[in-house]
Design a protein around this ligand. Structure first.
Ligand code: HEC
Ligand code: HEC
Length: 390
């Protein structure tokens, strides 16, 4: 009797024992490892992209609420450092309510496309959009340039990086747009410094690479390790969430439907038309690259196949709520969504139903939480506060 019971217990226990990784699996784990993140490539469209003085200027601009119609909104209103550079809301809120959820900006300097629909092709051109969006900062380019010109510290930073500011009383459109674009280039230089840090998952991969089994079980529970195996295997998550940032930076339709009452979001199908027409895109006269290397834009996929396709988000530092409108409240909801793979309201769902058990879904969820890592404190926040206290 006792023997039988032990055998049954062993059988039940066996499938949940922590995996010993095959060579192929180790290769996949290494491809997801933060240590595999290549150095950020230069951005020839932004001459100051890697200038520390530009990043410092950009940091101040990022936190400066004077860059808004009501003096109360900065980039950090929605991209809050302490929340992984998002805001915890479904749709973002500033002067008005936007139609989508605030994504994190950690590591987005690696992305060839910005926004859920990729309607901008650089971080500097992206940064200009919220400033003039009536629901976000609600200001305009002339006011932004006037603010920089009227603040001695900003004017000095600007002029040492970009040369003389235009005379606002008789600046032509090109001069004004150039100065506005330069503000975006400084903000982008700051954003290039916002990078993910080592998570428990990354330490685990290091232990796998070192074949240190004790350290592996110190770092991961059995469920977390099994969740990881499902993530890279049966659940097929790495089809889209791959590479050290857990995103392929591509656009996919995964049938996450808009809130009732909202028009269905066409996403990339219109985003690609917008980026091709954007006055600040890679082909524009505001790019600093004399050679106009714009292969992303030149070869961008267009057409009806992209309807309802959103940019794959990174899975590092996940923060609720999830998806492009924050439609899903918990990670359990997200996994349920993938397990069912419902039909898309527009276009078709690229993800297939998974047929995983509740327990397996919980294991994937457990794994996802190992991707949390501290986000760097932002000294600029304190600087701005002390400026106001003065
Ligand atoms: C009202 C809140 C709000 C403010 C203010 C705001 N953002 Fe955003 N940000 C968003 C939302 C919402 C999106 C996604 C919008 C979309 O995709 O249509 C976004 C997208 C982004 C992205 C793209 C990330 C990605 O993965 O594609 C970057 C980068 C970014 N914002 C930086 C900034 C900067 C820089 C500023 C200040 C100049 C700023 N944001 C101001 C809410 C905000
Ligand atoms: C076909 C590509 C594809 C596959 C496969 C896929 N994802 Fe996604 N994932 C996406 C896209 C695209 C989004 C954003 C969708 C949206 O907002 O409408 C997303 C969003 C998410 C989010 C929300 C992130 C956030 O910050 O809002 C999580 C979590 C997630 N996926 C986890 C997974 C897991 C776990 C799997 C495997 C079970 C998986 N994904 C499989 C493409 C994919």
């Amino acid at each position: 009797m006792i023997v039988v019971a032990t055998a049954i217990a062993a059988c039940q226990w066996w499938p949940s024992s922590p995996p010993s990784w095959t060579g192929d699996e180790v290769a996949v784990l290494k491809s997801l490892w933060l240590a595999s993140l290549p150095e950020l490539s230069p951005d020839p469209s932004n001459a100051v992209a890697d200038e520390p003085a530009a990043a410092e200027f950009g940091r101040k601009l990022f936190f400066d609420m004077r860059l808004s119609a009501n003096g109360g909104i900065s980039c950090a209103t929605c991209h809050q450092a302490e929340r992984g550079f998002t805001d915890g809301l479904q749709k973002a809120q500033a002067i008005g309510t936007t139609k989508r959820h605030t994504p994190s900006i950690v590591g987005t300097a690696y992305s060839p496309w910005q926004f859920w629909d990729g309607r901008r092709d650089s971080q500097w051109s992206q940064a200009l959009a919220p400033l003039e969006d009536p629901n976000e900062h609600g200001t305009n380019r002339a006011q932004v340039v006037a603010l920089v010109a009227g603040d001695n510290d900003y004017r000095a930073s600007y002029e040492s990086l970009f040369g003389k500011l235009p005379d606002l009383n008789d600046a032509d459109t090109f001069a004004l747009n150039t100065a506005f674009a330069n503000v975006g280039k400084a903000i982008a230089a700051f954003e290039r410094t916002i990078m993910p840090t080592t998570s428990r998952f990354d330490e685990y991969v290091a232990a796998v690479v070192d074949r240190d089994a004790d350290r592996q079980s110190e770092l991961f529970s059995d469920d977390e390790a099994l969740g990881l195996r499902l993530f890279i295997g049966a659940a097929n998550c790495t089809q889209c969430h791959n590479g050290p940032l857990f995103t392929n930076f591509e656009f996919h339709n995964t049938a996450v439907i808009s809130f009732p009452g909202d028009v269905p979001d066409k996403a990339r199908v219109s985003g690609v038309i917008e980026v091709l027409a954007d006055e600040f895109n890679c082909f524009s006269p505001y790019s600093d690259d004399p050679l106009r290397h714009c292969s992303e834009l030149e070869f961008a996929r267009t057409g009806a196949g992209l309807i309802g396709a959103f940019k794959t988000p990174s899975l590092r530092n996940l923060a609720a709520p999830f998806m492009h409108q924050g439609q899903l409240t918990t990670l359990a909801d997200v996994l349920e969504h993938y397990n069912n793979a419902p039909d898309a309201m527009i276009g078709h769902n690229e993800a297939k139903p998974l047929g995983l058990s509740k327990r397996e879904l919980r294991q994937i969820e457990a794994f996802l939480t190992t991707l949390e890592a501290p986000v760097a404190e932002s000294p600029a926040a304190t600087q701005i506060e002390s400026k106001q206290a003065d």
